[in-house]
Structures are given as C-alpha cells and as structure tokens.
Design a protein around this ligand. Structure first.
Ligand code: FAD
Length: 608
C-alpha cells in the first residue's frame, strides 16, 4: 500500500467510552497531543447503555456514607480479591469525578434539598448511585463527548485498531511506539505513531451467546495487550447479571437494570414464592433481612432494618435464579419473575424507570406497571483485564496503559453495580495524566519499525488469502463465532465443572484450527465478514484465557462458581491471582500465580 496514512501523537486512546474519553480529556489538559480512536461512531460506546448510575460516596442521602464504607463494600463485593489500592483510590476520588461531570454540564436527578440524588444498589451499604433516571450512561457520555469536542481533541471514528506497535530494545524491555488499524468503511490501513497507547476497549461479552453486551465487545484490548507482552488477571471472573430479558428470543440477554430491585422490585418463582430468602449466604447473613417485613421496611428506614436479599451482590442473585430455574420453578420462557408492578405505583415506575417501561412495552408487549417481567441471568461484565499499576494504570509494557472494563484488579472476583462508571472516571483521569507525563519526559521518541507495520498489514489481510496451511479454506467466520458463543455459554457459564471446562478448551482448540481455514469473500470496502474474522482472533484468545483460568481456580468465589468445588477456599485461593500471558509460540495463553498486593494495616481494620 503506497503511502499509508500515518499520524503522530503523544497519546493515542483506543476506545471512546467513558474510560477512553475521560483519559483523553486528562491527557489533553496535561498538554499532550492526543487522539481518540474508536471502532464505532462516537457516542455508540458501551457506556451509553449504562442505566443505573455511578457509585460515589457523596453522602447526600446518608451523611454516614464516606469513602471508607464504599471501600469496604467494594472489597467485600469482590470477595477480597480486589487490588486494595485501586478500590481505595476509586472510593476516595469518585465523588470529585461525579461533581466534575456536573461542572461540565451533566445534570443528575436531585434530592428534595437540591443535592445530587443517590439510589440503592446491590452490595452498597447506603444509597450511593448518582443517576439520571435509568439513562445515566447517556448523560455521562454526552457530557464527556461534548467536552472532548470542545477541547478540540482529534477523534478517529469507525477505525479499528488491530495491532500495537513496539520498539523492541536490546535490553529486552520493549516500549510502545504506536498502533495500527483500518478504516471500517474503506478498509484502508492507518498507522498512529505514539510513545503511549491507552487501551479503553471495554469487555468481552460477545464471546457468550446470551449477553447484555453489543457487537463491539470482542475483547480487543485484552488481546492486544496479551500480544504486546502485557499480562491479564482475574480472567476467570465473568459477571452474569441476574436480570436480562429472556423473551422474545430476539432480545434475549438485553439488560434489565438493577435499579428495578433498588427501587423496590422483588423476585418470585412460578409458585409465587419470594425465593431470595432461601439463598442468603453466611458471608452476608448479618447484614441481610430474613423476613419480608424487615426487608420491606428497609427502603424507608435503613438504620433499624437490614437490606432485602434481592440486593445481595450480583453473583449471589444470579446463582439463586439459576437454581430456581434448574429446579423447575421457572417462568414459561425459562426465567423467573421480577415484580415491581405490585410494589410501587405506576407513576413512580414510569418516572424512575422510563427506559425499562418502554423497553418491555415495545419489545415484549409487557406493561411493567401492571405485570411482572420475566428475567434470567445474562453475561454482562468481565472483572478480568490488563494487570496495571494501581496509581497510573500502566501495564507491564512501557507506554501501554489500560483503563475501564479492559483493565483488571479494581473489582476482584465480582463488581458491584455502579462501580464501573466510577472506575472509568477515576482511572481514566489517572491514566491520561500518567501517559501525558511519561510522553513529555521522553528524550527520544520510540521508532515505528517498518517491518512491524508490514507484519500487521499481512496479518489483517490473512483472512482474504487461501494459503497452503488453510487446507483450501471453506470456513466461515460467522459459523465459528456462533459455535464459540454456544460453547462458552454451555461450558464456561454461570456454573462450571472441570469436565466441561476441559471440553471447552478442546473445543476452543478446534475453533482455532477452523479459524486458520477461514476465508472471507469480497473486497476491503465495508466488509463485515472481514471485520468479524479479525475480531474472532481476539475472541478466541480471550475465551481461552477465561476457560484456562476457570479450570485452574478450584474454588467458588464471586463471578466464578465451580459445581465441583463449591466452597470459597481462602486458605488456598484467597491471597493470589491467576496471571495470563501469551505463550511462547503466540498460539495461546499460559497461566501463572502471583500473590495479591498486601493491604496496609490502617485498612485491614475495616474487615475485622
Ligand atoms: P466502552 O464504553 O464499551 O467503550 C469501548 C470503546 O472501545 C468503544 O468506543 C469501542 O468502539 C472501542 N473499541 C473496542 N475495540 C476497539 C478497537 N479494536 N479499535 C478501536 N476501538 C475499539 N456500569 C455502572 O457502573 N453502572 C450502570 O448503571 C451500568 N449499566 C450498564 C448497562 C448495560 C446495558 C451494560 C452493557 C453495562 C452497564 N454497566 C454499568 C457497565 C458499564 O457500562 C461498562 O462496564 C462501561 O461502560 C465500560 O466502559 P469502557 O469505557 O471501559 O468501554
């Protein structure tokens, strides 16, 4: 390709969700020449779909709330596997980051006194989620996007990054020198030369059949980081949100916000029983109501009552729903009932949950102010991601940062609702500032090696070639993707066993073989088959990382439940992470273990 398009920046941010935009703003404000690259249109990122709110201990509803309580809730929600320093920074800085969004033009719902309103969510001791109805992500992305544009930050839309470029030094330490990608419309290639890249590509949900995630979530950042030599942690922990739509089939997996339960909704089985009282684990007994009367009083009097079991952390609720369905007490379409109609007046429901009201009316012809919803678990969020320094978000590769859902550590084995949006803002800002400072401090810019660009180009074009080892081609990327999604759903889902995980790894190896024989038709101009073929490599690598880590962790904790190891084993597994790296041949992943960072004494007192 003669004269390939090429740009130079100090900081290239991959992804335009909340994490990417907040990082870009920070980098720009620190004086770095900054670009944002995203594979869909600006504003289409996942963040826009966030419904419930941003967790921040502002103390507007409950003056007793503060960062220490939020920190404790986050660590307990993650079953103590979180990177303590990230959980601390997040709890301390989230209120400032929310306030700052208002300074930039966001308008949150208010309390009677005109303060930013805060709503209840699972695992949070106090009402803590700043929100805009059930459309919080929309307000957040609108605000960040407006500021990005106002500041004049360059945005490259519908441009997919397929490879990171590195300057490999003689001393073995490599540093980032840029990123390589293609324009989705023309299929033409583009190189970004930059000493720093911030990955903010979101999650991996599209590897599973039933998911609340959109087509963009193919684990690109996770895979790019692995291939560049960085490590992933917590990959066995995938969050299955308890409440996704189960019907009609075309929308199966679509999210039903936790706010429905936060605002009073309860779960019932086909016998009409409010079953969550049967599933309160020992770990949360002391703080969970054990009668319906106490649970119902809690909404108005949190001091003298304990929280309803519907608001246990997501992993607990999802497992309970799964068990009810398995026991034959499910709803006609294979879910259970989520009922707010019998609990709150229609005006309240329409005001607090406008999107849910319309979603059910339009998609399922259900009026949620009159009837219960049918819901079931859906793959929602990946706790696992790039291992980073907690203060700067830098990975093991110099100049490579990761932030938001594609980073790991903050949420441990299970994320509390509302803690992702806070994570994006707190660590987005930190990553942007750190990358800008690092770029400014360099005496010489790392070189973009021409052979690396050529290799990236060849690799992107491979799906068009019917090569010798492709055995004549014949595999279609859509078929492989579908089979992968089914296998992940069936074998690496909400309840896992060694036998099924081993089977999943055998299947993934077979998919990798089929992927070698994959051939796409047509040209490089807007060619979704080709785009999927490229994404599929990432999905396969990330799926292998999840399955391998899930097989190794012989206990149940947070978003990882082993039927054959049902206990949480603190002795064996409570103090270490499983670390995933690329194997020597680059054909798959290796696993190793690493001790958790040790929490300092002044913080351990919260967990006595
Ligand atoms: P995203 O917002 O997904 O952005 C990813 C960006 O990366 C996109 O711009 C995409 O185009 C780009 N990208 C990906 N790959 C590439 C590539 N190869 N090249 C170029 N660009 C690429 N969390 C909460 O805290 N509260 C909530 O109420 C809440 N509600 C949710 C509701 C739904 C339906 C869903 C799905 C999630 C919800 N979450 C919520 C979780 C939260 O929204 C996400 O975890 C968070 O928005 C992720 O933000 P991000 O910036 O990391 O990624």
């Amino acid at each position: 390709e003669g004269g390939m398009e090429r740009h130079e920046y100090d900081v290239v941010v991959v992804g335009a969700g909340g994490a990417g935009l907040r990082a870009a703003i920070a980098a720009h404000e620190a004086g770095a020449r900054t670009a944002v690259v995203c594979k869909s249109l600006l504003g289409k990122a996942h963040t826009v779909m966030a419904e419930g709110g941003i967790a921040a201990a502002m103390g507007n509803r409950w003056p007793e709330d503060n960062w220490e309580v939020h920190f404790r809730d986050t660590m307990r929600g993650g079953k103590m596997l979180n990177n303590w320093r990230m959980a601390q920074l997040h709890a301390q800085e989230a209120p400032e980051r929310v306030q700052e969004l208002e300074d930039w033009g966001a308008l949150f719902d208010r309390t009677e006194d005109g303060l930013i309103s805060q709503r209840d969510f699972g695992g949070h001791k106090y009402a803590r989620l700043a929100h805009v109805g059930d459309r919080t992500g929309l307000e957040m992305i609108r605000t960040l996007q407006q500021r990005t544009v106002q500041l004049g930050i360059d945005v490259f839309m519908e441009c997919t990054i397929t490879e990171l470029l590195e300057d490999r030094r003689d001393d073995g330490q490599s540093t980032i020198s840029g990123a390589f990608g293609y324009w989705r419309e023309s299929g033409r290639f583009v190189t970004f030369a930059a000493p720093t890249v911030i990955l903010a590509t979101g999650g991996i949900g599209k590897s599973f059949k039933v998911t609340s995630n959109s087509w963009e979530y193919t684990g690109d950042g996770h895979a790019l980081a692995l291939r560049a030599g960085a490590a992933l942690i917590n990959m066995e922990f995938v969050q299955f949100h308890p409440t996704g739509m189960v019907w009609p089939p075309s929308v199966k997996g679509l999210l039903v916000t936790e706010s429905v339960r936060g605002d009073g909704g309860i779960l019932r089985n086909s016998e009409g029983k409010r079953f969550m009282f049967d599933y309160i684990p020992e770990f949360f007994k002391a703080e969970t109501a054990d009668t319906e009367e106490e649970a119902d009083r809690w909404y108005d009097d949190k001091k003298n009552n304990r929280r309803p079991p519907e608001l246990l952390p997501r992993d607990e609720v999802a497992r309970a729903i799964n068990a009810e369905i398995k026991a034959g007490r499910g709803s006609p379409h294979g879910g259970v009932y989520l009922d707010i109609a019998s609990r709150r007046p229609p005006e309240f429901i329409r005001k607090r949950l406008p999107s849910m009201y319309h979603q059910f009316k339009e998609l399922a012809d259900v009026d949620i102010t009159k009837e219960p919803m049918e819901i079931g678990p859906t793959c929602h969020y990946v706790m696992g991601g790039v291992e980073v320094d907690p203060d700067t978000q830098e990975s093991a590769v110099r100049g490579l940062y990761a932030v938001g859902e594609c980073s790991g550590g903050m949420h441990g084995s299970n994320r509390l609702g509302g803690n992702s949006l806070g994570d994006l803002l707190v660590f987005g800002k930190r990553a942007g500032e750190a990358a800008a400072a690092y770029a400014a401090g360099l005496s010489a810019r790392p070189a973009v090696a021409e052979d690396a660009v050529k290799a990236a180009q060849a690799s992107a074009l491979a799906p068009f070639e019917v090569s010798a080892d492709s055995g004549g081609g014949g595999e279609n990327p859509y078929a492989i993707q579908q089979d992968l999604q089914q296998a992940m759903n069936d074998l690496v889902g909400i309840i896992r066993t060694a036998r099924e995980l081993e089977e999943s790894l055998t299947e993934i190896e077979a998919f990798k073989e089929r992927a070698k024989r994959m051939v796409v038709e047509g040209h490089r101009q807007y060619n979704p088959g080709w785009h999927l073929a490229i994404d599929l490599r990432n999905m396969l690598l990330v799926s292998e990382a999840i399955a391998k880590a899930a097989l190794a962790r012989e206990e149940s904790r947070g978003g990882h439940t082993r039927d054959d190891f049902p206990k949480t084993d603190n002795e064996a597994w409570g103090k270490k992470n499983l670390v995933v790296t690329l194997n020597a041949g680059g054909t798959g992943v290796d696993l190793s273990e690493k001790p958790l960072p040790v929490m300092p004494d002044e913080l351990t007192k919260y967990f006595d």
